[in-house]
Design a protein around this ligand. Structure first.
Ligand SMILES: Nc1ncnc2c1ncn2[C@@H]1O[C@H](COP(=O)(O)OP(=O)(O)OP(=O)(O)O)[C@@H](O)[C@H]1O
Ligand SMILES: [Mg+2]
Length: 341
């Protein structure tokens, strides 16, 4: 296990900067997620840590050793890391055991040691009975577990995972998510997990780094990220908050032609602001502005109501109500976060 430190890391492709001065310290044994929308620079950041991309500026250290700086670039195979990709990247003509053994063969380990470590790694991912199978005889979830065993077999200092669950169906994704958590608890390896799925990031991580357009907007525990998003973007991306542009006047938030009363616990300063409110923090009832219902969606445990609010759509989730599209309903804030502009 090792810590990983990025200081002022920059990367551009041609004229386009995709990682813009990221600084990040991942403690030894920590599980950190890089969470953000498509194209925000998550894979590029992970590939720079792996040594698969060079940096334009900044430094990366692993276990206290500078692996990227103006002094030079340590190649991927000398970084002692494990990496798992979204596409399973399992060799089709090698058996499960041969796939997992490969990193140890490259290190010219004696065959008795290889056999023992392959058995152990397959047991970690609960594939002990599948050692002699060929990849074509495995499911997607099993293939990804082969890839995880292969990444772990050589005792990497850090395990890097790039959207490892994205190609799996919902049930398998949830199962493998639990297995990654269990493996992590058992092995204590430092893990960096890239995902655009907030649920995965919140469920698995010690800390989550939320990325947006090549920068980290917030890095905090999952609880803090969810409860106290530090920017409107984080509030919108994690927890799917509605974002309204308007201005605060006293205890009111004025958004176009509509005025919302601010709940007592929301601290407010007069002036232009963005208000972020989650769908379940809005309430349909007898107070608040009257808004026309656009659509009603049954979600099972609750119902989603979509209202027209000026140019945008306001999403509310709550108990079922007999209201039809076109009818108007009063919508009130129960909670919200204000970001002065
Ligand atoms: N080799 C490359 N050449 C040019 N542009 C690239 C290259 N690799 C990535 N990019 C661009 O850099 C930006 C960041 O890409 P990156 O793959 O890091 O995003 P990401 O956050 O992993 O997204 P996703 O969730 O879609 O995987 C994107 O706009 C992408 O098009
Ligand atoms: Mg990516």
């Amino acid at each position: 296990m090792a810590d990983v430190q990025l200081i002022g890391v920059h990367k551009a492709y041609g004229a386009t900067a995709v990682v813009k001065g990221i600084s990040l310290r991942i403690e030894s044994g920590e599980f950190i997620s890089l969470l953000g929308p498509s194209g925000c620079g998550k894979t590029t950041t992970l590939r720079m840590i792996a040594g698969l991309e060079t940096l334009d500026a900044g430094t990366i250290s692993i276990g206290g050793e500078l692996v990227d700086s103006e002094k030079g670039h340590v190649p991927p195979e000398k970084r002692a890391l494990g990496m798992v990709f979204q596409s399973y990247a399992v060799w089709p003509h090698k058996s499960v055991a041969e796939n997992v053994a490969y990193p140890l063969l490259l290190q010219r380990k004696p065959s008795s040691e290889i056999a023992q470590r392959v058995t152990q790694a397959l047991e970690w991912v609960r594939l002990g009975a599948f050692a002699q199978r060929m990849p074509s005889q495995l499911s997607g979830g099993q293939l990804q577990r082969v890839a995880i065993a292969r990444a772990l077999v050589a005792n990497p200092r850090v395990l890097l995972l790039d959207e490892p669950l994205s190609n799996l169906d919902a049930a398998l994704r949830e199962e493998l998510r639990g297995e990654i958590a269990a493996l992590r608890a058992r092995l204590g390896t430092t893990m960096i997990f890239v995902t655009h799925d907030q649920h995965e990031a919140l469920a698995l991580s010690d800390r989550v780094a939320v990325m947006h357009q090549g920068v980290i907007e917030q890095i905090d525990s999952p609880q803090k990220i969810y409860q106290s998003p530090s920017t409107p973007f984080v509030a919108g991306f994690v927890g799917g908050a509605n974002r309204l542009e308007g201005r605060v006047e006293g205890r009111s938030f004025i958004c176009g032609a509509h005025t919302f009363e601010l709940p007592e616990r929301v601290t407010a300063v007069d002036g232009p602001a963005t208000l972020a409110v989650r769908a379940e923090e809005l309430e349909l009832g007898s107070t608040g502005p009257s808004l026309p219902l656009l659509a009603r969606l049954f979600l099972g445990s609750a119902t989603e109501f979509r209202f027209t609010l000026g140019e945008s759509v306001l999403r509310v989730v709550g108990p079922a109500r007999d209201v039809k599209p076109g009818e108007s309903v009063r919508v009130a804030l129960q909670h919200a976060r204000l970001y002065p502009r």
